[in-house]
Design a protein. Sequence first.
Lengths: 559, 452
Amino acid sequence: MRAAVALFALAAVLSDCGCGIAAAAGAATPGAPQQGANAPIKVAVRRITESQYRHTIADIFGMGIKINSRFEPERRDDGLLAVGNSDLSLTTSGFEQYFALAASIAAQALGDNQAAAIVPCKPSNPAGADDGCARQFVAKYGELLFRRPLTGPEVAVRVRAASAGAIQAGDFHAGLRLALTSMLVAPEFLFRIETAEPDPAMPGKYRLDAYTKASRLSFLFWDTAPDAELLEAARTGAIHTESGVNDQLARLIASPRYEQGARAFFVDMLQLDGIENLVKDPAIYPKFNQSVADGAKEQTLRTTIDLLIRQKRDYRDLFTSNETFINRPLASVYKVPFGSSGDWAAYTFADSSERSGILTQVSFLSLFSHPGTSSPTKRGIKIYEIFRCEPTPNPPADVDFSKVKDSTQGTVRGRLLDHMSNNGCTVCHRRSDPPGLALEHFDGLGQLRTTENGSPIDVSADIRGTKIVGAQGLGNFLRNDPRVPACLVRDVYAYGVGRKIDDREEDYLADQARAFATHGYRVPDLMVQIAASPEFFEVVIPKGAMPVPKPANTTAQAR
Amino acid sequence: MRSRFDRRSVLRGILGGSAVYMALPVLDRFLDGNGVAYADGAKLPVRFGTYFWGLGLTDTPAGGTRWVPTKTGLGYEVMPELEFLRPVQDKVSVFSGFRAIPDGRANQVHWSGHASILSGIAPASPLAFDGPTFDTRIADAIGGNTRYKVVDIDASVSRKPVSYSSRDGTTFASPETTPLGLYTRLFASGFQDPNSDNWKPDPSIMLRQSVLSAVKDQRAALMAGVGKADQAKLDQYFTSVREMENQLSVQLQKPGKCEACVVPAAPKDEAARSASIDVVNSNTKAMAKLLAMGLACNQTRVFNFVHTAGSSETYIAGQSKIYHQITHDEPTDAQLGYQSQTSKIAGMVMQGFGALLAEMNAVKEGNGTLLDHMLVMGFSDTGYAKIHSIDNIPIFLAGGAGGKHKAGQHIHTAGDSVTRVSLTAMQLVGAPVGEFGTGTMKTSRPVSEVMA
């Protein structure tokens, strides 16, 4: 096995084909025809997210690059943007934004003062074209942006653009700016194009190609494109071996960038993207403003990352821990003192505050409420959806709402009890409302209260026969619910592979959930465990994927 | 001396500062001196827009509604929730009794109604439409020779910016959500004042075109070995690239003068971030004003305007319940015979539509107004929101469509498909479409009463 891998790696290195697709397939079976059953196929075309875009640009061109742009709306499916976005393309107005952004990034990265630092060679004539140097630039940055080496034609077309631009403008770097812009708006950058090739170890089967594997790992752990070492592991074929994957996983998880990747995962899973457009009625919640909203998102992320990634605590502590971080605007909402001179400070809520776990943070409480009221139903639905992976169907269209009485007095519980006693509503509301009712001591912004319209608020609830009281009772209930960690396992896997889970994968997920429990519900371990499993790289062939024709001429990479 | 001009030689000439000869593909229709009439002076171009608001209009359950006039044809009476259209009544046709027909599919609440109107297909899921929306066919027919083929706007200030325009039913346009954003898109960078005497082609545009050529060059290699769904995604991507190319080539043409075009000033303040109905309506008015000038200045001919989304989050400031909750919870007032709060808010919501039409009607153009040279189709997701009804969805066609629309009528049917009105709109603005919709909603019968 080891020898076969070494041979494969050598073949990959010797091949003068710079194309990721061709290199992998050609190296696996040298001289094999590239058409018909043995040809590579593209198994997924996934639009990169805004945060992946931002992280990639910052990694390649530095943190100083300003990205002022509106990104295309994302879509959540099966609870995750990572799944919904896999179905999305780019609209005309979206492309327009990316186009303007690409030009802006190219102008910044290759500005008069910056260009020398990032261009890997000195042009023979700074006032004209230099195809050799342009080729080196395109090959280097093309590989980082496309997450695989460029093919000969992909390089050539951009060298031509650079040359023409340099001659027209009398400036070598002006030409490079065009070449870079064209890479930044290319579908190979804006979409993750996942490719599978015939598996040399299993005739008739496919495996993900090396560069696709590198990207899957990098986006899961770092939320960015593969770095030079991951690309090297792909180039040599090391990533196709168990030890090669393990080496990379050890490096990925140990890197400071892992926090950035974990943040991206939790923003998606906890649906914190919704905070950006959150609105509240200022007449009812005068304390709400954009800095409270932004702070709320950051608070939840800081809490989650500190607890689960830095301290490597039990995932279930997320529902019961009263340790958190606050800033000044949030302290005002929580009505607690903020004595720090910094922007953020660690804070531990007192038991009497009823705050414990992320469900009692402003982010969750305000996100899943109406602009002027709390909503036990919304909160309940989201608890089931986010933490137990159990979606609630839309209300039936023909519900007879006329039987639902309006209640402008008393607590919201009264109104919801009307729903629960109504035949059309009861099936869902009996399920969705109780967890939300337990959170009713927090209003639509997340401020603590004990009465509503002068009536005391009852926060007892019955969740399928289990009686709980208040937010702390709910937190304990979720902590002990085995579906909660099982849901996280499912989310990590779906997030990583970027598609809906197939029924046939349920056994695999159950195994992973058991292992998660056995190892003390540590999230970093879970992510490594999933990424190390063969299923993480399993090929799901999409409908209608046709064999690709033999790639055109390719070129050796200038590096 | 070169005997033929190609893009590069032209570019060199421009950048050299000497030649300004434009060797560009000739666009199929040129404008005359005033920038909006065709060269033969026959007529002004027709623009088209959709206007969407959430939660329909109100029924009086014992019989009748708060919006359907009793009289059909011209001179219908202005019903309480249609007060907004009084100033422009003779330019607005009201369509009642049209319905979305799901053909056995579930009524996806706050989704099936407008999905049916726009795509002609009752949707299978609440996440996507099952086909492209008809505004894209109109944009393909009439939107090609302006800077933007279509402009999408969402004035709702709610959770996620919403557009219901899609070429594949899955990926929806990303709308402008603030007056400043809309101003920037229409009148800031890249805007060429059609009435300026100092027009020069912008040499950077050709450089940008070369960038797109490089992208398109790899299309065949990229498409090889791709599954069906992914192919559709990439097709949509390349459609967007082509439209960008078109946008750039339009900018290399000297714009014809537009007498109605007065470049507006940039909005001073960012709009308030609140979804209350007064804020949404003022956002609507401000964006409609900018849009009207965008149309008059020939920056686009097609728009999609969302006032509030399907499950509208708007509310009356200070009132804890949102409009959506009220539509469902409020009982019918025994004396009045309808939901009084709901009907009151519905009337306020419709002020947004009134504001948009007023802005379009305020721009003088040719012998009439901008509104006379456009068609706006206004519609909602439901009929009576309390019961998620997709029967009797209110639909309006506003504007003269360049003389094609016999406006100012009330058309009533006993349950015809909503697609008939969509087809009517397409045909009124000259989209070459003879049939629209699937299943029971398939129709080749426009509403001929409103067609001149």
